[in-house]
Write a protein that binds this ligand. Structure first.
Ligand code: NAP
Length: 251
């Protein structure tokens, strides 16, 4: 493969929405760096799948809640591919259902460290590589927010919703900050998407329970989110920056 072939890094790229972004990114011609936190088998399986389809990918372990892991992850992409053109801040967590008056400091700090601080630090590393101010060739960043940012997720996880509200504001501010440096920054706000994140928050039946209340009476798929992300990463969105696209089925 040509060294000039564009490179995409997706945090939390091994499962769910991130995996769909990696698959579609490979089909769009990117070499793909698939980040994961713990489940190496899932990451390796996705890399093998992309390679079997003729694409180029590698798995890179790293917890976005740990700054040293983030720095090492970007360094691994530098070594493997020597460039970075597209970056997706996708890794994110929910927690078990709780009211605000039940939340302790360790829960809140973990939520904000992974979903907010991790996204800032990853974007910092991406901007250092992409920005013309730092000698880069430009690039595109997409942050994965959530419909929860505007709905608030009462009685479920207001902390998670607030972390995604921060992602929305971060998207607007960073987009304006680097607009003259060849970098576009946008966000996608998924609604209820059928992935394993709901089980990780102790609600494995969330999609089934909630789908009849949704305007389309169904959850979205990871592929439906990935399509929006790949559009925003692409040159077809060359005048779009600081935008936040709802992919929520009207929710
Ligand atoms: P998911 O199915 O739970 O997958 C999570 C992915 O993120 C996995 O690849 C996981 O790696 C990785 N990950 C988790 N914690 C990480 C960390 N600290 N550092 C690096 N990677 C980490 O989640 P998803 O539903 O695809 O969600 C992806 C994004 O979409 C999140 O930001 C989420 O908030 C957002 N979102 C989801 C929905 C929804 O309904 N699904 C709705 C709105 C927004 P391992 O396999 O190693 O654990």
């Amino acid at each position: 493969m040509s060294r000039s072939q564009k490179v995409l890094l997706v945090t939390g790229g091994s499962r769910g929405i991130g995996a769909a972004i990696c698959r579609l990114g490979s089909k769009a011609g990117y070499r793909v760096a698939v980040n994961y936190a713990a489940n190496q088998d899932a990451a390796d399986a996705l890399v093998a799948e992309i390679q079997a389809a003729g694409g180029e990918a590698f798995a890179v372990k790293g917890d976005v809640g740990v700054e040293a892991d983030i720095v090492a992850m970007f360094a691994a992409v530098d070594r493997a591919y020597g460039r970075l053109d597209a970056f997706v801040n996708n890794a994110g967590i929910v927690d078990v259902k709780a009211r605000v008056d039940e939340m302790d400091v360790s829960r809140l700090e973990r939520m904000m460290r992974i979903n907010v601080v991790g996204s800032f630090l990853c974007a910092r590393e991406a901007v250092k590589r992409m920005s013309t101010r730092h000698g880069g060739e430009g690039g595109s960043i997409v942050n994965i927010s959530s419909a929860a940012a505007v709905l608030g997720a009462p009685d479920n996880y207001v902390d998670y919703a607030a972390s995604k509200g921060a992602i929305d504001t971060f998207t607007i501010g960073l987009a304006r900050e680097v607009a003259l440096e060849g970098i576009r920054v946008n966000a996608v706000r998924p609604g209820i998407i059928d992935t394993e994140i709901h089980a990780s928050g102790g609600q494995p039946d969330r999609v089934t329970l909630i789908q009849d209340t949704l305007p389309m009476k169904r959850a979205g798929t990871a592929d439906e989110v990935a399509g929006a992300v790949l559009y925003l990463l692409s040159d077809a969105a060359s005048y779009t920056t600081g935008a936040i696209l709802n992919v929520s089925g009207g929710r």
